[in-house]
Design a protein around this ligand. Structure first.
Ligand code: ATP
Ligand code: MG
Length: 247
C-alpha cells in the first residue's frame, strides 16, 4: 500500500525531515510509527497526502508513484486517504452530523448518499446520541471520534493518524485505538504516529521507529493474531498483566 524508497525531505531551513528513509507497509496492515520529537513522523504523513514533495527518493501508494499525480488531481488522490490529527480539526460552528456530512459534500456526494452514510458512520464510532452537539459540547475523546468518523466516512483504503491520542487520557486513548483497530479490520490500512510507547507495546502491532529522519527499527512486536476481535483486543490493552512495569 505504501512504499518509501530512499526518501529525503530537506526543508527550506536546511533541516532534514527525512533522510533516505526506506520502508513499506502492506495492504491491510496496522503500523505504528514512533520516534522522538523531530524524528520525521509528521513529515511522512504530509508527504503521503502530497502536502509536501520529497527532495529525493520515490513514494509509491497503491503501486503508483505519487510524484506523477498532477496538482489538479491531488484532491481526487486525497479522497483515498483519511487523515486524523492530534487536535481534531473540527469545524467549531457545525454539529457532529454536519462535520461528517461536510466531508461527503466536498467529495461530491449527493444529499441522498449523505443521508444514508452519515448515520452509519456515527453508529460505528459510537456517536449516534451526539449528532446534534457542537464540538465544544463534546469530550476530547468524542471530538476525536468525530474526526475519525469524518476521516473514514468515505471508507478510504488508507487511514493516517498523527498522534491521535496525544491530547487524551489513557482510558480514552484505548477507546480511540480500539476504534482505529476496528477500522483496520474492515480492510483499511492504518498508519499511526504516536509517542505513547505503553500503548504500542500493548497493541503488539508492527512498529517503525524513526530517528533523525531515518528508519532505525522495523519489526512486529510480539505475537498477535490478525483476526483478533476488537473485544479481545481492548481486553488485552486494559489487562494489568500486560501492562509494562512502571517503577
Ligand atoms: N515546515 C518546516 N520547516 C522547517 N523544518 C521543519 C518543518 N516541519 C518539520 N521540520 C523539521 O523536520 C524534522 C522532522 O519534523 P517532523 O514534524 O516530521 O517530526 P515529528 O517526528 O512529527 O515530531 P513530533 O513528535 O514533535 O510531532 C524536524 O527537525 C523539524 O524541525
Ligand atoms: Mg509530528
Amino acid at each position: 500500500m505504501i512504499e518509501f524508497r530512499a526518501v529525503t525531505k530537506k526543508y527550506g531551513t536546511g533541516a532534514f525531515g527525512l533522510d533516505e528513509a526506506t520502508f513499506s507497509v502492506d495492504r491491510g496492515d496496522f503500523v505504528f510509527m514512533i520516534g522522538s520529537t523531530g524524528s520525521g513522523k509528521s513529515t511522512v504523513m504530509r508527504l503521503l497526502i502530497k502536502e509536501l514533495e520529497p527532495t529525493e527518493g520515490t513514494i509509491l501508494v497503491a503501486g503508483r508513484d505519487i510524484s506523477s499525480i498532477k496538482r489538479r488531481q491531488v484532491p481526487f488522490y486525497r479522497r483515498n486517504i483519511g487523515v486524523v490529527f492530534q487536535d481534531f480539526k473540527l469545524l467549531p460552528n457545525r454539529t457532529v452530523y454536519d462535520n461528517v456530512a461536510y466531508a461527503l459534500q466536498v467529495t461530491g456526494h449527493s444529499r441522498k448518499e449523505i443521508r444514508a452514510k452519515v448515520p452509519d458512520i456515527l453508529r460505528l464510532t459510537g456517536l449516534s446520541t451526539k449528532l446534534h452537539n457542537y464540538p465544544d459540547q463534546l469530550s476530547g475523546g468524542e471530538q476525536q471520534r468525530v474526526s475519525i468518523a469524518r476521516a473514514f466516512v468515505n471508507h478510504p483504503p488508507l487511514l493516517l493518524a498523527d498522534e491521535p491520542t496525544g491530547n487524551l487520557d489513557p482510558e480514552t486513548s484505548i477507546d480511540i485505538m480500539r476504534l482505529l483497530y476496528r477500522i483496520n479490520r474492515t480492510g483499511t490500512t492504518v498508519l499511526v504516529a504516536t509517542h505513547d510507547h505503553a500503548m504500542v507495546d500493548k497493541m503488539r502491532r508492527r512498529v517503525l521507529e524513526l530517528s533523525r529522519g531515518r528508519v532505525v527499527r522495523d519489526e512486529a512486536t510480539g505475537l498477535y493474531t490478525r483476526d483478533e476481535s476488537t473485544r479481545e483486543f481492548a481486553q488485552r490493552l486494559r489487562s494489568p498483566a500486560e501492562a509494562p512495569q512502571i517503577l
